[in-house]
Ligand binder design. Structure first.
Ligand code: HEC
Length: 183
């Protein structure tokens, strides 16, 4: 009798001590904005969209294999990673933007890498008016070092997409192109 009544107490004690011993383990860690690990292997990820044109930049977007399993209308699963590699547009000697035969700007050096990644409960620490579900944001230099940025700008600009697009700007375009490619 005595033994059974102690069991819950023992289980609680075990649970507490194992959490205390692994405070930085991946499973228990909840990174905040600016604290994500650099996904150094991102170029081997499935393409999300490539060659997105900006007036003075070209952007290649990737999604990790887990995120690529997402179906239209769904939110991305915890563990999903979206990566946006931002390339400067090439300039000629006079400093004018080069244009390709298609009239588009031409991809030059990699300037920076923007990442959003999701995990269970990761959004809890975000400011109340800037909650983007459980996405957390990080910005890196081309070499993977951290960039000092104001992460409220990331949140503020992704927020209007809302839960229906899971705060992902190119949500619809991704699924349209993916469906098209599969046929
Ligand atoms: C001024 C608005 C704005 C801000 C600020 C902004 N983004 Fe975005 N983000 C976009 C747009 C628009 C896209 C879609 C690609 C494009 O058009 O360049 C995008 C795309 C992305 C994507 C690819 C997934 C998607 O949403 O399509 C990631 C990852 C990303 N942004 C991360 C960040 C991070 C990290 C920051 C802050 C360092 C940030 N963004 C700040 C507007 C913004």
């Amino acid at each position: 009798m005595r033994r059974t009544s102690l069991l819950p107490i023992i289980l609680v004690a075990l649970g507490c001590s194992s959490m205390a011993m692994t405070p930085s383990a991946q499973s228990g860690a909840m990174p905040k904005d600016g604290e994500l690990a650099f996904p150094s292997e991102y170029k081997s990820f499935p393409v999300f969209l490539s060659g997105v044109q900006k007036p003075d930049a070209v952007r290649d977007l990737y999604v990790n294999p887990l995120g690529a399993q997402n179906q239209p209308g769904q939110a991305f699963a915890n563990g999903s990673i979206l990566v946006m590699a931002i390339y400067n547009a090439k300039k000629n000697a006079e400093g004018a933007l080069e244009k390709g035969a298609d009239g588009n700007v031409v991809k030059g050096d990699l300037a920076k890498v923007f990442v959003m990644q999701k995990g269970a409960g990761w959004g809890k620490g975000a400011p109340e008016n800037l909650k983007n579900g459980d996405w957390v944001y990080s910005a890196f230099k081309a070499n993977g070092e951290r960039l000092e940025v104001d992460y409220t700008t990331c949140r503020g600009c992704h927020l209007p997409l809302g839960e229906s697009k899971d705060f992902v700007h190119r949500y619809d375009e991704y699924f349209e192109k993916r469906t098209h490619a599969a046929h």
